[in-house]
Design a protein around this ligand. Structure first.
Ligand SMILES: [Zn+2]
Length: 155
């Protein structure tokens, strides 16, 4: 299963100078830092000194709903389901679904990869998903990542 930007790839502390920077040869602020009692990998950011664990830092980490459920809901949307029917069928509030969409749009590359791999969605369906956020979201526009270079998945 393709994965989103994972914990350990970047520092999730918004106050950190290296917040959100993905680890690479020149960016190595994140180190493994033991495990929690529950056995989850813990990481430490050497820039700000914060530690964090696996559950924090995935794109939906503040959400109460399992990531798989969120992805499935987004897949239904991309396939043409209406938000109003999804709220009925799945029991999520319309605002909640829109929030997921906004989160997803901010990480469009990773989400697209997952949706195409797991739900066999087509390019056009994904585009309509993002268009949906643009049209139905709050007034502030969602900027879709424009660098296609970072996402070279099959079409
Ligand atoms: Zn940091």
């Amino acid at each position: 299963m393709p994965e989103f930007a994972q914990v350990g790839d970047f520092c999730p502390n918004e106050a950190c100078a290296d917040y959100g920077k993905h680890q690479s040869e020149g960016q190595t602020n994140i180190v493994r830092f033991g495990k929690t009692k529950a056995g989850r990998q813990r990481y430490r950011c050497n820039t700000c000194g914060r530690t964090f664990t696996e559950t924090k830092g995935t794109i939906f980490y503040r959400r109460h709903t399992p990531e798989a459920e969120i992805i499935e809901t987004l897949a239904f949307l991309a396939e043409g389901s209406r938000i109003s029917s999804l709220t009925r069928v799945k029991g999520h509030k319309e605002d909640t679904i829109l929030n997921w969409l906004r989160d997803a749009a901010a990480h469009a590359g990773a989400i697209e990869e997952t949706l195409m791999a797991e739900y066999q969605l087509e390019r056009g369906q994904l585009d309509s998903l993002w268009a949906y956020v643009g049209n139905k979201g709050e007034k502030r526009a969602i900027r879709k990542p424009t660098s296609a270079a970072s996402f070279g998945g099959p079409r």
